[in-house]
Design a binder for this molecule. Structure first.
Ligand code: PGA
Length: 245
């Protein structure tokens, strides 16, 4: 099964405009041959980052979208707006949104559905908390999140799944490669209930991915790329992770 790797940078609420421009320009100057690259900057910087990456093939994504396409939703951004500004992808259901904005699986599913309607690829995030892993519930929790968050229209062309254990995000801690392998094998099986071409869906690992651990994480079966936070804010680190594919 040849699934081309995707290395996605989630910049979260980081960078000044000048930093965003220079980060995007630095990455776009050295596009990876081995992997597709996706940059998800803060929404106010999307247009500037789009012009920096131009036609290099580096892709642009939003960090969230609203379930509806327009209307009275102060502060929200629609998937259609992201598409119009040049995004190909949007992250939905990141654990920081699930926590900070109390997003449920049903809301994440509605957002993913909105992304698909707008022609975007939905990057749907799932992951267990430390307490859930300690209780031996990690596979069940992630299975439940997948069942609740993947929309009916999902397929391998319009949906990417990112496994991000909450306790590994921004902490410098990662699961063992055995634990990542077990989770990704489980996810591949679970999504087959909802996605007919499940074998071709990209399954990303996220949570403290760095140039030092990228090669071993990306070598795990059923890991088809990475969702990178902190290390995506340095050109050299992000490109080193892509080079580890
Ligand atoms: P991190 O974040 O790489 O800084 O752990 C990953 C993410 O939250 O997407």
């Amino acid at each position: 099964m040849a699934v081309r790797a995707l290395i996605a940078g989630n910049w979260k609420m980081n960078t000044s405009l000048a930093e965003a421009r220079s980060l995007a320009a630095g990455i776009a100057a050295q596009p990876s041959a081995a992997a597709d690259l996706l940059l998800c900057p803060p929404a106010p910087w999307l247009q500037s980052v789009a012009s920096e990456i131009g036609a290099t093939g580096v892709m642009l994504g939003g960090q969230d979208c609203h379930p509806t396409s327009a209307g009275a939703h102060t502060g929200d951004i629609s998937a259609e707006m992201l598409a119009e500004i040049g995004c190909s992808h949007v992250i939905v259901g990141h654990s920081e949104r699930r926590t900070d904005h109390w997003e449920s699986d049903a809301q994440v599913q509605a957002k993913a559905d909105a992304a698909l309607r707008a022609g975007l690829v939905a990057v749907i995030c799932v992951g267990e908390s430390e307490a859930e892993r300690d209780a031996g519930r990690d596979l069940a929790v992630v299975g439940g999140q997948l069942a609740g968050s993947i929309p009916a229209a999902a397929n391998a062309n319009n949906t990417v799944i990112a496994y991000e254990p909450v306790w590994a995000i921004g902490t410098g801690r990662t699961p063992t490669v055995q634990d990542v392998a077990a989770m990704h094998d489980h996810m591949r099986t679970v999504i087959a209930d909802k996605i007919s071409d499940a074998a071709h869906v990209k399954l990303l690992y996220g949570g403290s991915v760095t140039p030092a651990n990228a090669a071993e994480l990306l070598a795990v079966a059923n890991v088809n790329g990475a969702l990178v936070g902190g290390a995506s804010l340095q050109v050299e680190d992000f490109l080193a992770i892509a080079a580890a594919v």
